[in-house]
Structure formats: C-alpha cells, structure tokens
Design a protein around this ligand. Structure first.
Ligand code: FAD
Ligand code: FES
Length: 359
C-alpha cells in the first residue's frame, strides 16, 4: 500500500516554458497496481540535495478502457522556489528511473453507460486531472459530453494545448471549451479570472444543458467561487467535485475547515501504528503532529502533500482520539467512523492506536 516502485521515464515533452509532461512506462508486472480512475494522482519520491521529497501529481492521461495500463503521464508546472517542480522541469529526462507510488485519490470520475453531461473547470496546472476526466468521458460514446472552462494568464501558458485542440477535432459534437485569460485579450476568450461572471456566461451562452456533475481543479479561491456559482445555478453540493493542489498557508482560511474534537493530551503519548499488516509502537510529544512522529520513528506510513489536501495519509483511530488542525477531505460520517488525516492529526488522548490499512 505504501510501496514506491522504480518507473522508467518513457517521454518528456515541454508543454510551455514552465511546464513539462512526463510519461512513465508501466512494466507488465505492475500494470494492475498502476490501474487508475480518471482524476487520481501519483506520488513521486525523489532525493534532492540529499533530502527526500514527496510530491503528488495528477495523471493527465486517460485510464485505458480495457487492457493493460502501459503508461501514465503527469504534467508538472514549475513553482518558483519549489524543491521538486523546477528540478522536474529542468533535469528529468527520458530513461531516468523515478520512485513512484501507485495512483491514489478521491477526486474520481467513475464512467457510466448512461450518457453524462460533465462540466470541467480548471486553472493553470489544474488541467491535469480534468483532462484525464474529459478524455474518459468523451471516449465513452457519442452521447457523453464535456464542456471545459480553462483559465490561464495567456495562450502561451496553456498546458496540454495540443491535446485539447485534438479533443476539439476528434469530438466536435461532444466537447466544448471556453478559454479564460487574465493577461491576454483574445477573440472568443473571456478576459479575467474564472469568476461568477465567467461561469454564468458559459452556462447562459456556451452550454445551456443542465450538467450531471462538475469537476473543478485550481486555486482555492477559484474553487470557492466556482462552487458557489454552480450551486446558485442549480447544481447540488454532491454534484460538484474538486481537487486542490495546495492550500492557503493560513490553515484556518475561509474554506479550510478547522476541526475541534477536544483538548490536546498532555506530555508524552503512547502510539501504536499499523501499516501493511505490521504494528509498531512509539512515544510522541502531545504537541507533535501524528504523521510527523510516525515519519520520525521511520515507520513507512503513506503520505504525500503533508498539507491536508491529498488524502494519502488517511488512517483509522482504533483506540484513543485525535483532532484535525484542518480538514477539507473527510466527511462527518468518515470522521465519526474514526478516520483522520494523520498529517493534520493532534492526539487528544494519553494513548492512541491508528491503522493505515483499515481505511
Ligand atoms: C493531489 C495533488 C495533485 C497535484 N497535481 C499536480 C499536477 O498535476 N501538476 C502540478 O504542477 N502540481 C500538482 N500538485 C502540486 C505538487 O504536488 C507540488 O506541490 C508542486 O509541484 C510544488 O512542489 P515543489 O516541490 O516545486 O514546491 P515546494 O517546495 O513544495 O513549495 C515551494 C513554495 O510554493 C508553494 N506552492 C506549492 N505548490 C504550489 C502550487 N501548485 N501553486 C502555487 N504555489 C505552490 C508552497 O506553498 C511553497 O511556498 C498536486 C498536489 C496535490 C496535493
Ligand atoms: S499527506 Fe496529503 S492529506 Fe495528509
């Protein structure tokens, strides 16, 4: 479950001056481990200047409809000053071998045989999972339709532009797109950011058929605005799905739900951790985040973003209790069932047992 596998880079393609598509070849013996649903991400583990970094990247390629998943592609946009994305953009080459964890994530599009009409809203690198979902929807049949609202600074910043143009050409009756540019005035594009006006424009002028679901990926502000606009336009909360790549650093921001399940424990806490069928014990200080203590104890628990956005660190509290600093992933009923994001978990009991397998 927590395993990383060495995968060979089969292709590197510059998408823009600041983004790159990296494809991995999946060897036959790993093809079932790397089967995925559109919307999911992989975690890459790499040592940079002697320090291990783990980063999540959404898969931009489509899952195969049938047969083996022989490759997976991700799109990585360079974040200024970042530890991994500049390295990925400048140094990763065809033939490199990189440690990759199999696909994970709860931002999923599950194909149905009944025709669906799906809206995708993406900004910048947020296109990656949306592109995978779009491809999977469109390949399902001529009655399956997808409309994309895609925001960037300018046409030069658009990731996967040729793939998007290819979708337009291949599915003229199923696929629509509205470009939105914040720093370029182009014919047929909207000027500005993806805001309520842009969403309403699309719903009133580009695609007036009711959507069965909307998939959003981009910065927190855009997701909040798009969600509110779509709800006002009649979509139910459970029809709107979103993925965040990063959250505002203030952990108690508007959309970050801060949870409170009781006072923190005092002093040292006895912790039991079950991962991959093995149980280990450790002691931790009550002021330490649970996942940090587990990593420090060299226990190979799954994690990726360490920021409460990716969901890979979910575990079940089987004894004791914990509260989360921030939670935008788990539902109330999952929390009631004992699930916590270990990267956000502060322990509220003198002893705690957590299980990463039973989730
Ligand atoms: C589920 C998930 C899927 C993701 N999918 C993709 C993807 O498909 N493509 C992609 O390019 N990235 C994706 N990311 C973001 C990616 O994991 C890294 O966070 C990003 O590449 C920055 O890593 P870094 O090591 O370069 O920067 P870091 O060293 O981690 O951060 C440097 C600074 O940049 C800020 N920062 C981090 N990420 C971003 C961001 N995305 N935008 C603006 N500022 C940021 C940090 O807060 C920090 O201040 C995804 C993240 C998650 C959780
Ligand atoms: S490691 Fe990403 S949510 Fe905890």
């Amino acid at each position: 479950m927590t395993s990383f596998y060495p995968l060979t880079v089969s292709q590197v393609e510059n998408l823009t001056t600041q983004s790159v598509a990296i494809s991995f070849e999946i060897p036959t013996h790993l093809q079932s481990d790397f089967a995925f649903q559109a919307g999911q991400y992989i975690t890459i583990k790499h040592k940079i200047h002697g320090k291990e970094v783990r980063r999540a990247y959404s898969i931009s390629s489509a899952p195969v409809v049938s047969g083996p998943q022989a490759s997976i592609t991700v799109g990585i946009k360079e974040v200024a000053g970042g530890a991994f994305s500049p390295y990925a953009n400048r140094y990763i080459q065809k033939g490199d071998v990189i440690e990759v964890m199999p696909p994970q994530g709860r931002f999923l599009y599950a194909p149905t045989s009944a025709p669906v009409h799906i809206l995708g809203v993406a900004a910048g690198s947020g296109i990656t999972p949306i592109l995978s979902i779009a491809k999977r929807v469109l390949v399902n049949g001529s009655k399956h339709t997808f409309t994309l609202i895609y925001g960037n600074k300018s046409p030069q910043d658009v990731m996967f532009s040729s793939e998007i143009e290819a979708l337009k050409a291949a599915y003229p009756n199923q696929f629509k797109i509205q470009w939105v540019y914040s720093q370029a005035n182009e014919e047929t594009s909207l000027f500005g950011r993806i805001d309520t006006a842009a969403i309403n424009y699309v719903l009133k002028n580009i695609d007036t058929d009711p959507f069965d679901a909307a998939y959003l990926c981009g910065p927190e502000g855009m997701i909040k605005t798009a969600t509110e606009s779509l709800e006002k336009a009649g979509l139910a909360t459970d029809q709107i799905h979103y993925e965040l790549f990063t959250v505002a650093t203030e952990s108690t921001s508007d959309s970050g739900e801060t949870t409170s399940a009781g006072a923190l424990a005092a002093g040292n806490i006895a912790v039991e951790v079950t991962v991959d069928g093995e149980t280990a014990s450790l002691e931790m200080d009550a002021k330490t985040i649970l996942l940090d203590a587990i990593i420090k104890a060299d226990i190979d628990a799954p994690y990726s973003c360490q920021g409460g956005v990716c969901s890979s660190c979910i575990c079940k509290v089987t004894k004791g209790s914990a509260t989360m600093i921030k939670n935008q992933i788990l539902t109330d009923s999952e929390i009631a069932d004992g699930l916590v994001l270990s990267c956000q978990a502060m322990v509220t009991s003198a002893e705690i047992a957590v299980d990463f397998d039973d989730v």
